[in-house]
Design a protein around this ligand. Structure first.
Ligand SMILES: Nc1ncnc2c1ncn2[C@@H]1O[C@H](COP(=O)(O)OP(=O)(O)OP(=O)(O)O)[C@@H](O)[C@H]1O
Ligand SMILES: [Mg+2]
Length: 360
Protein backbone atom coordinates (compact mmCIF):
# COMPACT_ATOMS: atom_id res chain seq x y z
CA UNK A 1 0.00 0.00 0.00
CA UNK A 2 2.87 2.38 0.78
CA UNK A 3 4.07 2.72 -2.78
CA UNK A 4 0.63 2.80 -4.30
CA UNK A 5 0.84 6.24 -5.83
CA UNK A 6 4.08 5.58 -7.69
CA UNK A 7 3.39 5.55 -11.40
CA UNK A 8 4.75 2.38 -12.99
CA UNK A 9 3.18 2.47 -16.45
CA UNK A 10 2.39 5.65 -18.35
CA UNK A 11 0.69 5.51 -21.73
CA UNK A 12 0.30 8.76 -23.59
CA UNK A 13 -1.89 9.31 -26.65
CA UNK A 14 -2.01 5.65 -27.57
CA UNK A 15 -3.75 5.12 -30.90
CA UNK A 16 -4.40 1.88 -32.74
CA UNK A 17 -5.80 1.54 -36.24
CA UNK A 18 -6.70 -1.61 -38.13
CA UNK A 19 -6.76 -0.35 -41.71
CA UNK A 20 -9.21 2.56 -41.69
CA UNK A 21 -10.78 1.48 -38.41
CA UNK A 22 -9.61 3.25 -35.26
CA UNK A 23 -9.75 0.75 -32.39
CA UNK A 24 -8.13 3.19 -29.91
CA UNK A 25 -8.27 6.99 -29.95
CA UNK A 26 -5.69 8.87 -27.93
CA UNK A 27 -5.74 6.81 -24.75
CA UNK A 28 -3.58 8.23 -21.96
CA UNK A 29 -3.37 6.70 -18.50
CA UNK A 30 -1.05 6.07 -15.61
CA UNK A 31 -1.00 2.79 -13.75
CA UNK A 32 0.43 2.84 -10.25
CA UNK A 33 2.75 0.20 -8.84
CA UNK A 34 0.87 -2.49 -6.92
CA UNK A 35 -2.53 -1.27 -8.04
CA UNK A 36 -5.52 -3.41 -9.06
CA UNK A 37 -6.78 -1.59 -12.15
CA UNK A 38 -9.79 -2.84 -14.10
CA UNK A 39 -10.72 -2.04 -17.71
CA UNK A 40 -14.48 -2.00 -18.04
CA UNK A 41 -16.51 -1.32 -21.17
CA UNK A 42 -18.89 -2.77 -23.74
CA UNK A 43 -17.84 -5.38 -26.26
CA UNK A 44 -15.59 -3.89 -28.92
CA UNK A 45 -14.63 -0.83 -26.85
CA UNK A 46 -10.88 -1.50 -27.10
CA UNK A 47 -10.08 -3.18 -23.76
CA UNK A 48 -8.23 -6.17 -25.18
CA UNK A 49 -6.55 -4.00 -27.80
CA UNK A 50 -5.11 -1.72 -25.12
CA UNK A 51 -4.07 -4.70 -22.99
CA UNK A 52 -2.16 -6.42 -25.79
CA UNK A 53 -0.47 -3.12 -26.63
CA UNK A 54 0.73 -2.99 -23.00
CA UNK A 55 1.88 -6.60 -23.30
CA UNK A 56 3.71 -5.93 -26.56
CA UNK A 57 1.70 -8.50 -28.55
CA UNK A 58 0.66 -5.85 -31.04
CA UNK A 59 2.14 -2.49 -31.97
CA UNK A 60 0.44 0.81 -31.27
CA UNK A 61 -0.08 2.97 -34.35
CA UNK A 62 1.13 6.03 -32.43
CA UNK A 63 1.73 7.06 -28.85
CA UNK A 64 4.28 6.49 -26.15
CA UNK A 65 4.48 3.76 -23.53
CA UNK A 66 6.70 4.16 -20.47
CA UNK A 67 7.52 1.69 -17.71
CA UNK A 68 9.39 2.95 -14.64
CA UNK A 69 10.35 6.07 -16.55
CA UNK A 70 11.76 4.19 -19.53
CA UNK A 71 10.26 4.12 -23.04
CA UNK A 72 9.25 0.52 -23.76
CA UNK A 73 7.28 1.20 -26.96
CA UNK A 74 9.88 -0.60 -29.07
CA UNK A 75 10.44 -3.59 -26.76
CA UNK A 76 9.07 -6.99 -27.77
CA UNK A 77 6.81 -8.86 -25.34
CA UNK A 78 9.58 -11.04 -23.85
CA UNK A 79 11.60 -7.96 -22.87
CA UNK A 80 8.73 -6.33 -20.95
CA UNK A 81 8.35 -8.87 -18.13
CA UNK A 82 4.56 -8.72 -18.11
CA UNK A 83 2.50 -11.81 -17.24
CA UNK A 84 -0.71 -12.50 -19.09
CA UNK A 85 -3.79 -14.61 -18.34
CA UNK A 86 -6.30 -15.01 -21.15
CA UNK A 87 -9.96 -15.94 -21.11
CA UNK A 88 -9.30 -19.46 -22.42
CA UNK A 89 -6.53 -20.45 -20.07
CA UNK A 90 -4.73 -22.78 -22.55
CA UNK A 91 -2.88 -25.03 -20.12
CA UNK A 92 -0.66 -27.72 -21.59
CA UNK A 93 -2.93 -30.80 -21.40
CA UNK A 94 -0.14 -33.40 -21.30
CA UNK A 95 1.68 -31.68 -18.40
CA UNK A 96 0.83 -31.87 -14.71
CA UNK A 97 -0.06 -28.80 -12.66
CA UNK A 98 3.54 -28.65 -11.44
CA UNK A 99 4.99 -28.93 -14.95
CA UNK A 100 2.60 -26.29 -16.30
CA UNK A 101 3.63 -23.82 -13.62
CA UNK A 102 7.31 -24.74 -14.01
CA UNK A 103 7.22 -24.15 -17.76
CA UNK A 104 7.90 -20.37 -17.82
CA UNK A 105 10.93 -20.89 -15.56
CA UNK A 106 12.31 -23.66 -17.78
CA UNK A 107 11.93 -21.35 -20.77
CA UNK A 108 13.92 -18.77 -18.80
CA UNK A 109 16.57 -21.45 -18.12
CA UNK A 110 16.41 -21.05 -14.36
CA UNK A 111 18.29 -23.58 -12.19
CA UNK A 112 16.30 -26.51 -10.82
CA UNK A 113 16.67 -25.68 -7.11
CA UNK A 114 15.35 -22.14 -7.61
CA UNK A 115 12.58 -23.41 -9.87
CA UNK A 116 11.47 -25.96 -7.32
CA UNK A 117 11.21 -23.34 -4.62
CA UNK A 118 9.35 -20.78 -6.76
CA UNK A 119 6.91 -23.31 -8.26
CA UNK A 120 6.15 -24.81 -4.84
CA UNK A 121 5.52 -21.41 -3.32
CA UNK A 122 3.17 -20.08 -6.01
CA UNK A 123 1.22 -23.36 -6.17
CA UNK A 124 0.71 -22.98 -2.44
CA UNK A 125 -0.41 -19.36 -2.86
CA UNK A 126 -3.16 -20.40 -5.27
CA UNK A 127 -4.13 -23.34 -3.03
CA UNK A 128 -3.25 -26.25 -5.32
CA UNK A 129 -0.50 -28.04 -3.39
CA UNK A 130 -2.60 -31.20 -3.07
CA UNK A 131 -3.32 -31.24 -6.79
CA UNK A 132 0.16 -30.55 -8.16
CA UNK A 133 0.55 -34.02 -9.73
CA UNK A 134 -2.74 -33.86 -11.67
CA UNK A 135 -3.30 -33.12 -15.35
CA UNK A 136 -5.58 -30.17 -16.29
CA UNK A 137 -8.37 -32.58 -17.38
CA UNK A 138 -8.54 -33.87 -13.78
CA UNK A 139 -9.23 -30.38 -12.39
CA UNK A 140 -12.36 -28.26 -12.04
CA UNK A 141 -12.72 -25.03 -14.02
CA UNK A 142 -11.75 -22.92 -11.03
CA UNK A 143 -8.71 -25.07 -10.31
CA UNK A 144 -7.60 -24.80 -13.94
CA UNK A 145 -7.96 -21.05 -13.67
CA UNK A 146 -5.72 -21.11 -10.60
CA UNK A 147 -3.07 -23.04 -12.52
CA UNK A 148 -3.16 -20.40 -15.25
CA UNK A 149 -2.81 -17.72 -12.58
CA UNK A 150 0.12 -19.50 -10.92
CA UNK A 151 1.84 -20.02 -14.26
CA UNK A 152 1.61 -16.32 -15.09
CA UNK A 153 2.85 -15.23 -11.64
CA UNK A 154 5.67 -17.73 -11.11
CA UNK A 155 8.30 -15.68 -12.91
CA UNK A 156 7.39 -12.61 -10.84
CA UNK A 157 6.18 -10.33 -13.62
CA UNK A 158 6.23 -6.58 -12.92
CA UNK A 159 2.65 -6.38 -14.14
CA UNK A 160 0.02 -9.09 -14.57
CA UNK A 161 -2.48 -8.56 -17.39
CA UNK A 162 -5.72 -10.54 -17.09
CA UNK A 163 -8.21 -10.57 -19.97
CA UNK A 164 -11.62 -11.71 -18.67
CA UNK A 165 -10.08 -14.65 -16.81
CA UNK A 166 -13.30 -15.48 -14.94
CA UNK A 167 -15.83 -15.25 -17.75
CA UNK A 168 -15.98 -19.02 -18.36
CA UNK A 169 -16.84 -19.78 -14.73
CA UNK A 170 -20.32 -20.11 -13.29
CA UNK A 171 -21.52 -17.48 -10.85
CA UNK A 172 -20.58 -19.11 -7.53
CA UNK A 173 -17.14 -20.14 -8.68
CA UNK A 174 -16.66 -16.74 -10.21
CA UNK A 175 -17.33 -14.99 -6.89
CA UNK A 176 -14.99 -17.38 -5.12
CA UNK A 177 -12.25 -16.71 -7.69
CA UNK A 178 -12.79 -12.96 -7.36
CA UNK A 179 -11.81 -13.06 -3.72
CA UNK A 180 -8.96 -15.50 -4.50
CA UNK A 181 -7.61 -13.09 -7.09
CA UNK A 182 -7.79 -10.21 -4.64
CA UNK A 183 -5.95 -12.24 -2.03
CA UNK A 184 -3.23 -13.25 -4.51
CA UNK A 185 -2.95 -9.63 -5.58
CA UNK A 186 -2.42 -8.54 -1.97
CA UNK A 187 0.01 -11.35 -1.20
CA UNK A 188 2.22 -10.80 -4.23
CA UNK A 189 2.01 -7.00 -4.44
CA UNK A 190 2.06 -7.32 -8.24
CA UNK A 191 0.32 -4.69 -10.35
CA UNK A 192 -2.85 -6.27 -11.79
CA UNK A 193 -4.56 -4.96 -14.92
CA UNK A 194 -7.83 -6.84 -15.22
CA UNK A 195 -10.42 -6.76 -18.02
CA UNK A 196 -14.11 -7.44 -17.53
CA UNK A 197 -17.42 -6.31 -18.88
CA UNK A 198 -19.15 -7.11 -15.59
CA UNK A 199 -19.83 -3.85 -13.72
CA UNK A 200 -20.25 -5.51 -10.32
CA UNK A 201 -16.99 -7.39 -10.70
CA UNK A 202 -15.15 -4.17 -11.60
CA UNK A 203 -16.54 -2.24 -8.62
CA UNK A 204 -15.92 -5.08 -6.18
CA UNK A 205 -12.35 -5.91 -7.09
CA UNK A 206 -10.51 -2.78 -8.10
CA UNK A 207 -8.52 0.08 -6.64
CA UNK A 208 -9.24 1.97 -9.86
CA UNK A 209 -11.57 1.41 -12.79
CA UNK A 210 -10.95 2.61 -16.35
CA UNK A 211 -14.12 2.90 -18.44
CA UNK A 212 -13.73 2.40 -22.19
CA UNK A 213 -16.23 3.22 -24.91
CA UNK A 214 -15.68 3.13 -28.68
CA UNK A 215 -11.91 3.13 -28.34
CA UNK A 216 -11.81 6.04 -25.89
CA UNK A 217 -10.95 6.16 -22.22
CA UNK A 218 -14.02 7.81 -20.69
CA UNK A 219 -13.00 7.97 -17.02
CA UNK A 220 -10.36 6.49 -14.73
CA UNK A 221 -11.24 6.72 -11.06
CA UNK A 222 -11.86 4.81 -7.83
CA UNK A 223 -14.91 2.48 -7.93
CA UNK A 224 -16.74 4.84 -5.58
CA UNK A 225 -16.18 7.87 -7.82
CA UNK A 226 -17.00 5.95 -10.99
CA UNK A 227 -20.36 5.01 -9.49
CA UNK A 228 -21.25 8.11 -7.51
CA UNK A 229 -19.49 10.82 -9.52
CA UNK A 230 -19.52 9.78 -13.18
CA UNK A 231 -18.41 12.65 -15.36
CA UNK A 232 -20.34 11.63 -18.47
CA UNK A 233 -23.74 10.29 -19.35
CA UNK A 234 -22.14 7.15 -20.76
CA UNK A 235 -20.33 6.27 -17.51
CA UNK A 236 -23.41 7.11 -15.42
CA UNK A 237 -25.62 4.78 -17.47
CA UNK A 238 -23.04 2.03 -17.89
CA UNK A 239 -22.65 1.53 -14.13
CA UNK A 240 -26.32 0.66 -13.61
CA UNK A 241 -29.80 2.14 -13.45
CA UNK A 242 -29.94 5.91 -13.13
CA UNK A 243 -32.56 8.63 -13.55
CA UNK A 244 -31.35 11.42 -15.81
CA UNK A 245 -33.40 14.62 -15.69
CA UNK A 246 -32.78 17.12 -18.51
CA UNK A 247 -33.16 20.33 -16.48
CA UNK A 248 -33.38 23.88 -17.79
CA UNK A 249 -32.26 27.37 -16.66
CA UNK A 250 -29.41 26.17 -14.44
CA UNK A 251 -27.75 28.64 -12.11
CA UNK A 252 -25.62 28.65 -8.98
CA UNK A 253 -27.01 29.45 -5.55
CA UNK A 254 -24.03 29.35 -3.21
CA UNK A 255 -22.57 25.85 -3.60
CA UNK A 256 -25.76 24.39 -5.05
CA UNK A 257 -26.77 24.13 -8.66
CA UNK A 258 -30.44 25.02 -9.04
CA UNK A 259 -32.38 24.19 -12.19
CA UNK A 260 -35.91 23.65 -13.40
CA UNK A 261 -37.70 20.41 -14.18
CA UNK A 262 -41.32 20.72 -15.33
CA UNK A 263 -41.83 23.76 -13.10
CA UNK A 264 -40.14 22.30 -10.02
CA UNK A 265 -36.79 23.64 -8.83
CA UNK A 266 -34.18 20.93 -8.26
CA UNK A 267 -30.95 21.40 -6.28
CA UNK A 268 -27.71 19.52 -6.74
CA UNK A 269 -24.52 19.66 -4.70
CA UNK A 270 -21.01 19.44 -6.18
CA UNK A 271 -21.78 20.49 -9.74
CA UNK A 272 -18.07 21.06 -10.46
CA UNK A 273 -17.69 23.27 -13.50
CA UNK A 274 -20.48 21.60 -15.43
CA UNK A 275 -22.97 24.44 -15.18
CA UNK A 276 -24.05 25.21 -18.71
CA UNK A 277 -27.30 25.26 -20.63
CA UNK A 278 -27.33 21.54 -21.46
CA UNK A 279 -26.87 20.11 -18.00
CA UNK A 280 -28.61 17.03 -16.54
CA UNK A 281 -29.28 16.09 -12.96
CA UNK A 282 -28.93 12.35 -12.38
CA UNK A 283 -30.02 10.28 -9.38
CA UNK A 284 -29.52 6.56 -8.69
CA UNK A 285 -32.74 4.63 -7.89
CA UNK A 286 -31.54 3.67 -4.40
CA UNK A 287 -31.28 7.35 -3.47
CA UNK A 288 -34.96 7.99 -4.13
CA UNK A 289 -37.11 8.24 -0.99
CA UNK A 290 -40.82 7.45 -1.29
CA UNK A 291 -43.36 8.95 1.09
CA UNK A 292 -47.13 9.07 1.21
CA UNK A 293 -47.14 12.54 2.85
CA UNK A 294 -45.45 15.57 1.28
CA UNK A 295 -41.91 15.50 2.75
CA UNK A 296 -41.69 19.17 3.70
CA UNK A 297 -38.10 18.87 4.96
CA UNK A 298 -36.75 17.66 1.60
CA UNK A 299 -35.28 19.75 -1.21
CA UNK A 300 -36.06 17.77 -4.35
CA UNK A 301 -39.68 16.60 -4.37
CA UNK A 302 -41.79 15.30 -7.24
CA UNK A 303 -45.29 13.83 -7.15
CA UNK A 304 -45.54 10.43 -8.85
CA UNK A 305 -47.78 7.43 -9.34
CA UNK A 306 -46.54 3.83 -9.00
CA UNK A 307 -46.67 2.10 -12.39
CA UNK A 308 -44.84 -1.15 -11.69
CA UNK A 309 -43.17 -2.95 -8.79
CA UNK A 310 -40.69 -5.80 -9.05
CA UNK A 311 -39.73 -7.79 -5.98
CA UNK A 312 -36.00 -8.69 -6.02
CA UNK A 313 -35.53 -10.30 -2.61
CA UNK A 314 -33.29 -7.91 -0.69
CA UNK A 315 -34.89 -4.93 -2.41
CA UNK A 316 -37.71 -4.01 -4.81
CA UNK A 317 -37.54 -2.00 -8.00
CA UNK A 318 -40.31 0.51 -8.65
CA UNK A 319 -41.26 2.36 -11.76
CA UNK A 320 -43.16 5.60 -11.21
CA UNK A 321 -44.55 8.33 -13.41
CA UNK A 322 -44.87 12.07 -12.78
CA UNK A 323 -48.02 14.01 -13.85
CA UNK A 324 -45.93 15.35 -16.78
CA UNK A 325 -45.27 11.77 -17.91
CA UNK A 326 -41.68 11.42 -16.75
CA UNK A 327 -40.59 7.95 -15.68
CA UNK A 328 -38.70 7.58 -12.41
CA UNK A 329 -36.90 4.45 -11.20
CA UNK A 330 -36.64 3.89 -7.47
CA UNK A 331 -35.54 0.97 -5.38
CA UNK A 332 -36.40 0.29 -1.77
CA UNK A 333 -34.87 -2.07 0.75
CA UNK A 334 -37.21 -4.86 1.77
CA UNK A 335 -36.34 -4.04 5.40
CA UNK A 336 -38.01 -0.64 4.96
CA UNK A 337 -41.59 -1.89 5.22
CA UNK A 338 -44.30 -2.82 2.76
CA UNK A 339 -44.12 -2.08 -0.92
CA UNK A 340 -46.52 0.62 -2.22
CA UNK A 341 -49.12 -0.86 -4.54
CA UNK A 342 -49.43 -0.13 -8.25
CA UNK A 343 -51.58 2.94 -8.85
CA UNK A 344 -50.84 4.63 -5.52
CA UNK A 345 -49.92 8.32 -5.58
CA UNK A 346 -46.92 9.36 -3.54
CA UNK A 347 -43.95 11.69 -3.30
CA UNK A 348 -40.47 10.96 -4.56
CA UNK A 349 -37.63 12.96 -3.03
CA UNK A 350 -33.85 12.93 -2.83
CA UNK A 351 -31.08 15.02 -1.35
CA UNK A 352 -28.86 17.49 -3.25
CA UNK A 353 -25.81 15.41 -2.17
CA UNK A 354 -27.16 12.40 -4.05
CA UNK A 355 -27.64 14.38 -7.25
CA UNK A 356 -25.03 13.95 -9.96
CA UNK A 357 -24.55 16.81 -12.38
CA UNK A 358 -23.73 15.63 -15.89
CA UNK A 359 -23.09 17.76 -18.95
CA UNK A 360 -24.71 16.48 -22.14
N1 LIG B 1 -6.91 -7.80 -35.60
C1 LIG B 1 -7.95 -6.97 -35.79
N2 LIG B 1 -8.27 -6.53 -37.02
C2 LIG B 1 -9.30 -5.67 -37.20
N3 LIG B 1 -10.08 -5.18 -36.22
C3 LIG B 1 -9.81 -5.58 -34.97
C4 LIG B 1 -8.74 -6.50 -34.69
N4 LIG B 1 -8.72 -6.71 -33.36
C5 LIG B 1 -9.72 -5.98 -32.84
N5 LIG B 1 -10.38 -5.29 -33.80
C6 LIG B 1 -11.52 -4.38 -33.61
O1 LIG B 1 -11.16 -3.40 -32.63
C7 LIG B 1 -12.25 -3.10 -31.78
C8 LIG B 1 -11.82 -3.29 -30.33
O2 LIG B 1 -11.62 -4.68 -30.10
P1 LIG B 1 -11.22 -5.25 -28.68
O3 LIG B 1 -10.92 -6.68 -28.87
O4 LIG B 1 -10.15 -4.41 -28.11
O5 LIG B 1 -12.57 -5.04 -27.87
P2 LIG B 1 -12.90 -5.44 -26.35
O6 LIG B 1 -13.24 -4.18 -25.64
O7 LIG B 1 -11.83 -6.29 -25.79
O8 LIG B 1 -14.26 -6.27 -26.55
P3 LIG B 1 -14.78 -7.64 -25.81
O9 LIG B 1 -15.42 -7.17 -24.53
O10 LIG B 1 -15.80 -8.15 -26.77
O11 LIG B 1 -13.63 -8.55 -25.61
C9 LIG B 1 -13.38 -4.01 -32.21
O12 LIG B 1 -14.29 -3.28 -32.99
C10 LIG B 1 -12.69 -5.09 -33.01
O13 LIG B 1 -13.55 -5.61 -34.01
MG1 LIG C 1 -11.74 -8.30 -25.20
Amino acid sequence: MGNQSVSQIAASSTCKSYGNFKALHDVSMEINKGEFLTFLGPSGSGKTTFLIILAGFTEQTSGQLMKDGRDISALVAEERNFGMVFQGYALFPHMTVWQNVDYPLRVRKMGSAERKQKVGRIIETVGLTEHDHKKPSQLSGGQQQRVALARSLVFQPDVLLLDEPLSALDRNLREQMQSELKRVHEETGTTFVFVTHDQGEALAMSDKVAIFNKGRLMQLDSPDRIYSAPDSRFVAEFLGQINIFPVTSPGMDGDLLRANLDGTTLSAANPGNRVNSTVNIAVRPEHMTLSSEHPADQTNILPARVVQTTYQGSHSDLMLQTPQGRTISASTHSANGTLPSVGSELWVSWSPENSIVIAD
